[in-house]
Design a protein. Structure first.
Length: 163
């Protein structure tokens, strides 16, 4: 019986020792992860600051690196697109439901189906029909000649000011 108790005591001591070691290990891992997270955060802050400096130089016309200029132009264009979409979203949010519109609008050019068997053969659908779309004219960059999206202030390819 004493061998059993001694064996159980050793087993429990071993389990407690292992649990304590695992807890210490987890504390070390968490401590190291906190250090890593702080370093990553500092790096992100420095990258943000670097980006801000590059954007300021770009706005002043003092950024000479073409690759950075291209990236800044893309950021500028995205900022412009973002502001446009935010304005559009706000307009949609501000839309009011028309009180006089209680149901769907009447359908134009609607003819009820002919009752009974049809004597007129169905007309074939013209598959080549393409509705005319009013597409804005393409704008070309004055510096590199690449196509620029309408409303863009800067070329995404070379960073040149378009407007």
């Amino acid at each position: 019986m004493s061998d059993f108790l001694e064996s159980a005591k050793n087993f429990v001591n071993s389990a407690v020792s292992r649990t304590s070691w695992e807890a210490q290990k987890q504390l070390k891992v968490r401590s190291k992860q906190t250090e890593i997270d702080k370093l990553v955060d500092q790096r992100r802050q420095l990258m943000d600051e670097l980006g801000q400096v590059a954007m300021n130089l770009y706005q002043q016309g003092a950024l000479t690196d073409s690759q950075l200029s291209r990236l800044c132009a893309s950021i500028f264009e995205l900022d412009h697109d973002l502001r446009t979409r935010e304005t559009q979203m706000q307009d949609i949010k501000n839309e009011a439901y028309p009180a006089d519109q209680l149901g769907p609008a009447p359908t134009m050019n609607y003819a009820p189906p002919i009752s009974g068997p049809s004597q007129v053969p169905p007309q074939p659908i013209n598959a080549s029909y393409q509705p005319q779309q009013n597409q804005p004219p393409q704008i070309r960059c004055p510096q590199c000649g690449n196509t620029v999206r309408p409303g863009s202030a800067f070329c995404r390819s070379c960073g040149a000011k378009v407007q």
